[in-house]
Every structure is written in structure tokens, then in C-alpha cells.
Design a protein around this ligand. Sequence first.
Ligand SMILES: [Zn+2]
Length: 91
Amino acid sequence: MPFYEYTCARCGERITLQRPMAEASAAASCPMCGEGRLVRAISRIHVVKSEAERARDPSWIDRDLARRLRKKSEGRLSPAFKDTLDKMESS
Ligand SMILES: [Zn+2]
């Protein structure tokens, strides 16, 4: 799944989410402040990896980001976002 960058309209936090392309513009609330609306940002980084490449090179970046987001949000994650983090950590 591709990564998309969002900026929180309330706190300005920059968030990167891995989502299906069909959901790239779907509404999401900020995992940091819990109230802001995430606005899609145009990513300057394009990371495209095939499944084979991912298998050879486990994405520590995903896990590191997931850990960082979890720590910052301190249990105020929405179920949907928690699910996203779980997927990131297991990828
Ligand atoms: Zn926010």
C-alpha cells in the first residue's frame, strides 16, 4: 500500500499514513490532538517497493513511525488508526 502525507488542520502535526489508494482522500482525524482534521499533503517522497523488496528489506521505518505515533498519542488512538499502526508494525 502507498504512503500518504497529511497535515493536521488544528495542531499542524505532519502524519504519514499507509492506506489503500481508494482511501487516500478519506476523512481522518488527527492521532496527535484527536480533534484536528487531516488534510492531504503532497508528498515529496515517493517510496515504491514491490512485495518482494519488502520481504527482503523489512520496513523498520514503518515500525519506528508506528512506535513514535503510539507514544505521542498516549492511548488516544481511534480504533481505525490503531489498526493502521498494528498493520505497520507487523509489516
Ligand atoms: Zn492534530
